[in-house]
Design a protein. Structure first.
Length: 72
């Protein structure tokens, strides 16, 4: 089995290092474009900021409880 027959290593196509891999000849620009086209569309998984989850009573978004009255 050759490298071309197996699934591409996603680390090679990481957007933070892909340009370096292309310059070093590890992958080609054509390989990268083919990889991008093979990715699935995840647009249906995106949530707008208007759809933010509500804060739970124990979550970071909840206000702190009022201080206890310690005067007697």
């Amino acid at each position: 089995m050759t490298r071309e027959d197996s699934a591409p290593d996603p680390v090679l196509y990481d957007r933070r290092i892909v340009e370096r891999n292309i310059k070093r000849g590890i992958i080609t620009r054509k390989d990268y474009e083919k990889f991008l086209k093979s990715l699935s569309d995840s647009a249906d998984k995106v949530r707008s900021s208007d759809e933010a989850p509500e804060a739970s009573s124990e979550g970071k978004g909840a206000p702190p409880p009022p201080p206890a009255n310690t005067t007697t």
